[in-house]
Design a binder for this molecule. Structure first.
Ligand code: M5T
Ligand code: MG
Length: 581
């Protein structure tokens, strides 16, 4: 809560007017019963008809004033509350963007989604209206109680004695409802995740014929949801009528005991009406108290969860005195690099020199550590031992933004936004379409299929648009990486879904790019054979290295992969010597 107050403090001036308006509105409310009393005692009973018009005018003035100040208060509190929530949400999102890859390895998207939506909404509910209402109701309670005691303390005490059980019940109701709400909210999150996963994986579900199983899973959770909803209704049904009974009881007591007081001339009829007016002002605060404390408590819990994320220090951040090299060449060196995710080493003593403009290929079985290795270049993860150098400087000393600006990656899992093809390709630059754009779409073989499309580069893809084949998606990702114009290009299994011909065309285009250092991860010999150096990784270690020809001659792991992939082609190693391969 303290942290929220810090945010509120920034807008302290914005709160002055609504707070003043709130006081004026309460003060005006307090005058209403006084006027009723005067109408009854002085005009109706006293016969002083002359003041009636003035009193009615005052009543009208109060009603208008109450509405105007009420509106100002409501609007400005909302306005300031929105600003605060806006800031918190932005800060949270900004912080999440700063968190490194390993944070996202350990959290699911659904959880982060509820932080940025539900938890932020809980904060908004509290600072938008609950806190304001809470303060307002307390003021009503104090002022109205004081006024009641001044009218007739005996009558006041009799009526006030019924209030504590009502407050107790109202608090209890809210506590129970609050608990039920928490359960329902947790369960709804599970239900949503199930629905979301089922819908996202609808093709898989159908392909495996698992519709019935998925339906049963959903029905079961929906049943739980229904019961929790019903439970809320039951609690409401149990407590609400009792609270209602006590509210009415207070009024009955006011009328009956008050009536006796009027008959006994202890108070006037007008005073009784005034008394009744103030009693009404007490009932609502008492009934609302539980509800408001619940919202505030929920806000507190949400704030804790949000600030827990904001307090996570990104493990990978900019060094205090970052280096900005003036001339960028794109040389990458792995100097005795080892790396572990948690306790398990996945890379051991990696030594590698990638000269500017050259092409290096990484091969190896799945899980060998290929992706992990390239992830160290852009500092998506930091190596555990050794150093990774970019143009001779340890990547940990370089400015992080500079480093990542100079590296372009096509990740193993292609991700495209639900947007036009053009916007997806321009993702890194955001610029208008340039000549460079036209060049890279040809190099990456995107143009070949997009020109067949009716809307061309304006075709919307993904959830809102048309579906693309795996290979088409890969080609768009390659174009996106090329357009970034970084000195180092990393392709992580980026041509795996392409046919040989398309892959060959892209390779040819990349070979011409002598200005870019290329690191290519691939499983197919055809994708790596033209590289300047091929390294073969096995269980996190480089077990073989050299050119295609040299590795074939060696008859080691690479040769085994080669034979496996070309076993149907009757070309022996002798063919290599004769220049066939
Ligand atoms: C290398 C382990 C993984 C594998 C090894 C991403 C990730 C991986 N691993 C973790 O323990 N935690 C993680 O968060 O690291 O993984 P890789 O580098 O992704 O392997 P690859 O790229 O060579 O494989 P592939 O399948 O992409 O060809 O043991 O369990
Ligand atoms: Mg990989």
């Amino acid at each position: 809560m303290k942290r929220i107050l810090k945010y509120l403090w920034k807008y302290k001036l914005l709160y002055i007017i609504p707070i003043i308006s709130m006081f004026i509105a309460i003060a005006l409310d307090m005058f209403n019963p006084v006027i009723y009393q005067k109408i009854i005692d002085d005009v109706i009973k006293g016969g002083n008809h002359g003041i009636l018009s003035k009193l009615l005018l005052a009543l009208l003035g109060i009603t208008i004033g109450r509405a105007v100040f009420g509106y100002i208060r409501e609007f400005l509190f909302d306005y300031a509350g929105s600003k605060v929530t806006f800031d918190i949400r932005n800060d949270l999102f900004r912080h999440i963007q700063k968190l490194p890859f390993n944070y996202f390895d350990g959290i699911n998207t659904g959880e982060l989604m509820s932080r940025t939506t539900e938890d932020i909404n809980n904060i908004w509910n509290a600072i938008g209206f609950a806190i304001m209402f809470f303060i307002e109701q307390i003021l009503y309670l104090i002022i109205a109680t004081t006024l009641l005691l001044t009218i007739d303390w005996k009558l006041a005490l009799i009526c006030l004695s019924i209030m504590p059980p009502m407050l107790y019940l109202a608090m209890k109701l809210e506590k129970k409802i609050g608990e039920a709400y928490e359960k329902l909210s947790d369960q709804s999150a599970v239900l949503n995740t199930t629905a979301q996963e089922n819908l996202a994986g609808v093709r898989l579900v159908k392909a495996f014929g698992r519709e019935k199983y998925e339906l049963e899973k959903f029905f079961k959770q929906n049943q739980e949801n229904y019961e929790l909803n019903l439970n809320q209704a039951r609690i409401w049904g149990k407590y609400h009528p009792v609270i209602e009974f006590f509210s009415n009881l207070v009024l009955v007591v006011v009328i009956s005991v008050g009536g006796i007081f009027v008959v006994g001339n202890q108070i006037t009829l007008g005073e009784l009406v005034k008394f009744n007016g103030y009693i009404m002002m007490l009932i609502w605060p008492l009934r609302l108290m539980g509800w408001l404390t619940n919202i505030i408590a929920r806000c507190n819990a949400s704030a804790k969860r949000i600030f827990a994320i904001m307090d996570i220090e990104p493990e990978i951040k900019n060094p205090p005195n970052p280096v900005f090299p003036t001339k960028i060449q794109g040389k990458i060196v792995f100097d005795n690099v080892s790396f572990k995710y948690k306790d398990q080493y996945v890379l051991k003593n990696i030594n590698l020199h990638v000269e500017p403009g050259s092409t290096i290929a990484i091969m190896g079985t799945t899980g060998a550590g290929k992706t992990s290795m390239v992830n160290l270049i852009g500092r998506y993860y930091d190596c555990t031992e050794g150093r990774v150098l970019f143009d001779g400087v340890d990547v940990k000393s370089l400015d992080l933004e500079f480093l990542r600006d100079n590296i372009s990656v096509v990740m193993q899992d292609t991700f495209l936004f639900s947007d036009t093809i053009e916007e997806n390709i321009k993702f890194a630059t955001g610029n208008v379409r340039t000549e460079e754009f036209d060049k890279v779409v040809v190099e990456s073989q995107v143009d070949e299929f997009v020109k067949e499309m009716e809307e061309g580069y304006q075709t919307v893809i993904g959830e809102r648009g048309i579906g693309l084949s795996g290979g088409q998606k890969q080609r768009i990702s390659i174009a996106r990486a090329l357009l970034k114009k970084a000195k180092v290009l990393i392709l992580d299994d980026a041509t795996s879904a392409l046919d040989m011909e398309t892959e060959y065309q892209i390779q040819k285009a990349l070979e011409k790019r002598k200005d870019i250092t290329k690191i290519i991860i691939a499983h197919r010999i055809s994708a790596v054979k033209n590289a300047d150096e091929i390294i073969v990784l096995d269980k996190g270690e480089i077990v073989e290295r050299g050119s295609h020809k040299a590795l074939l001659m060696k008859k080691g792991k690479y040769y085994e992969i080669y034979c496996e992939q070309f076993k149907d082609l009757d070309i022996s190693i002798d063919g290599l010597k004769e220049g066939v391969i």
